[in-house]
Design a protein around this ligand. Structure first.
Ligand code: ADP
Ligand code: MG
Length: 257
């Protein structure tokens, strides 16, 4: 009876201190600790580490939602043997996420289906795990947002909000060409983040085509100049993983193999 009253008081104190896991699991943790014959020090360590673990997993959950990843890809699920043009060492180095700490950029270049978006999401999730906030956005969505803000006179606010994430992942640059005016807005975004906050871009065209993508070759050159200054460009060549998987399953018939 006394124990229950004490647990009640401990729970209330945990609530006041916003130790949510302790508030909800106090009795069961104390019972587990006494069952395992933990010393007072071990018990305290056990209880606090549970709280820390819980907070960390909540933080990751919230940041992952805020990042707007379109799907859940991981580096562990990337099959490097299927992509011989890609040096796994480069991706392992990028997975340390030091480039995000120092505001450097990454470009994934290559044809459709070779795993650019997969790797971008996987690295983005790694960044979230390391405590860096991330925003994933498609290039067309980003450009539409910039254009709209420009039209409504809120470009500065838009650029400020796009400056916030430590890593901005812009997916699918190159699928649609941008007007000279939109390219100029994109240049302002790249300039603002330059040397402070990282950008990861996936693009299905080679850098030589950027003049075409960005309408105006001078603006394209200025964008590339800033993006490439502190940058790891990764070119992936080869066949689409999807098509190869489909061929393996014989969905496309032998004449396509
Ligand atoms: P891209 O962005 O280059 O067009 P994606 O990253 O969208 O290609 O890849 C297409 C599909 O194939 C995705 O479902 C992705 O998870 C998968 N994929 C591509 N490459 C690999 C790989 N090497 N290992 C495992 N899955 C892969
Ligand atoms: Mg893609």
């Amino acid at each position: 009876m006394r124990t229950r009253a004490t647990d009640e008081r401990l729970s209330q104190m945990a609530a006041r201190l916003r130790l949510v896991y302790m508030r909800d699991h106090l009795t069961e943790m104390l019972e587990a600790a006494s069952g395992a014959k933990m010393t007072p020090r071990e018990t305290l360590e056990y209880v606090l580490s549970k709280e820390v673990d819980q907070r960390e997993s909540n933080r990751i959950k919230l940041s992952t939602m805020a990042a707007h990843f379109p799907r859940a890809c991981t580096l562990e699920s990337f099959d490097f043997s299927a992509q011989p043009s890609l040096d796994p060492g480069v991706i392992r180095e990028l997975a340390k996420m030091e480039w995000v700490d120092s505001g450097e950029n990454v470009l994934f270049l290559g044809p459709p289906g070779v795993g650019k978006t997969h790797l971008a999401i996987a690295l983005g999730r790694r960044a979230v795990q390391k405590g860096q906030n991330v925003l994933f956005i498609s290039a067309s969505h980003l450009m539409a947002g910039l254009q709209k803000a420009n039209k409504e006179g809120t470009l500065n606010e838009k650029l400020s909000s796009l400056y916030k994430p430590k890593l901005l992942i812009i997916d699918e640059v190159g699928y649609l060409p941008f007007s000279a005016q939109t390219s100029n807005l994109f240049f302002q975004l790249v300039s603002r983040r330059y040397e402070h906050k990282s950008i990861l871009i996936t693009c299905n065209r080679s850098l030589n085509d950027w003049g075409m993508i960005f309408g105006d070759p001078t603006v394209a050159a200025a964008i590339l100049d800033r993006l490439l200054h502190h940058c790891t460009p990764v070119t992936i060549v080869g066949d689409s993983y999807r098509i190869r998987e489909a061929q393996k399953l014989k969905l496309l018939g032998d004449h396509n193999a």
